[in-house]
Design a protein around this ligand. Structure first.
Ligand code: HH2
Length: 406
């Protein structure tokens, strides 16, 4: 994606918020004069912002729309002023109006952030300027969006909506980044569902943007926390998403702290060891005999069974020992299976399968806490087939299978 504008590596990018508004929910009125706004952009760049998002229309719940002329009058001097500082940090324009985006891109912004989902007119502006776009999901409009929003499946509905915007962008050659729009026409439950299941947006295979900074769901979640006290909650949620690698851009007010968060997670990610290859030992088609069946007649004499066992081992370091003592011996699996099958009568094949699994788990050295420190049984699959019954029924195979963890 847009190599010249954004490069994604092993940490999320930090997008600093610059609201040139009198009424934004957390910083309204603080940067609504160009001089203050430009100074704040300089500060965020010094604190480590990878991007600066400049908006002139508050989208907090209940906010009134701003008309085009007012929006341009607030935005353009700031975009031009920040662009002239040459901070080396790309600027995005936070607007839902294609005309505003067009003028902002001409004035020095390199990207569009559209909370209204980047409709076709917006994508056309982006295509004309060769700029990427953030398509954010919003239900309704800011003035009314928090009036009892409803979804059948909030994660699936938003994923499908964003997928459609990505496809529309692709048709025009526009790179689209997606944002689930935390707090935009969503209850606390909806926001948490989205945040806990962000990985579903990974299916879209485009960068994911997240805006949770200081938002009111944190107030509801934490039981009454004022806007200026929501940094810890913001860091926790952004840290969760970053650690799970389900976010690429964090849109935040507190740049310094989030750059530290992103760098820490990047360092840990680089340090992670490659997972060791998982070993699975198989013993399949073990022949044994057992008195098994739901009727006494069936149990009167032993019948032939075929048993498959798959043992998954865990905890092997790369290049684990090349010795039988450090793994499961399949001869031992066959011997245990034959002994368990012959020892008792069973009505159900699943009972026998379970008995075999439990015995393997208990009697091999790899049983949890067993003698071999670095190789333990993580799980077992045991399948018991009755070839005689299959033949009678005209079936290829009949039997039962169980999965078991020690
Ligand atoms: N949230 C806000 C504004 N723009 N853009 C994206 N992509 N994602 C967001 O979650 C998002 C956004 C609202 O936050 P803020 O800008 O601080 O407040 P206000 O809209 O009141 O100016």
């Amino acid at each position: 994606m847009s190599d010249h504008l954004l490069t994604f590596g092993d940490r999320p990018l930090v997008m600093g918020v610059l609201n040139v508004t009198p009424d934004s929910f957390s910083d309204g009125g603080r940067f609504d004069r160009p001089v203050q706004a430009i100074e704040h952009a300089r500060r965020m760049a010094a604190e480590g912002a990878d991007l600066i998002d400049i908006g002139a229309e508050s989208t907090r719940p209940g906010a009134e729309p701003v008309d085009l002329d007012d929006e341009l009058a607030r935005l353009l001097p700031v975009i031009e002023g920040v662009a002239s500082l040459d901070l080396g940090v790309p600027l995005s324009v936070d607007t839902a109006k294609p005309e505003t985006a067009d003028r902002a891109l001409a004035a020095g912004a390199g990207m569009i952030n559209d909370v209204s989902g980047a409709g076709d007119a917006m994508l056309e502006v982006a295509a004309r300027h060769g700029a990427p776009v953030i398509a954010m999901h919003m239900r309704g409009e800011p003035r009314t969006m928090q009036r009892a929003p409803r979804y059948d499946d909030v994660v699936a509905e938003i994923r499908d909506y964003l997928a459609e915007r990505v496809a529309a962008g692709r048709d025009l050659g526009v790179d689209v980044l997606v944002d689930p729009g935390i707090g935009f026409g969503k209850t606390l439950e909806h926001n948490l569902d989205l945040l806990a299941n962000l990985r579903e947006l990974r299916e879209l295979e485009v960068p994911i943007v997240l805006g949770v900074s200081r938002k009111s769901f944190l107030d509801l979640l934490l039981g009454g926390v004022a806007v200026e006290e929501r940094l810890a909650g913001t860091l926790a949620v952004n840290g969760w998403a970053a650690a799970l690698d389900v976010v690429d851009v964090l849109r935040v007010h507190d740049v310094r702290e989030h750059r530290q968060l992103a760098e820490s997670i990047g360092a840990l990610r680089r340090q992670r060891r490659a997972p060791a290859p998982r070993r699975r030992v198989l013993a399949r088609g073990i022949e044994c005999r057992s008195r098994i069946g739901v009727t006494a007649a069936e149990r009167a004499k032993p019948q032939k069974l075929l048993v498959d066992i798959d043992v998954t081992l865990t905890d092997q370091p790369p290049g684990a020992r090349d010795e039988l003592g450090g793994t499961v011996d399949y001869a031992e699996l066959a011997a245990i299976t034959q002994a368990v099958a012959g020892r008792d009568e069973y009505r159900l094949v699943e009972t026998l399968a379970e008995r075999i699994a439990v015995t393997v788990g208990r009697e091999t050295p790899q049983a949890a806490g067993g003698s071999t420190r670095w190789s333990r049984i993580e799980s077992l699959r045991v399948r018991v087939l009755k070839p005689g019954a299959a033949q009678e029924l005209g079936a290829a195979e009949v039997g039962a299978e169980i999965d078991w963890r020690p």
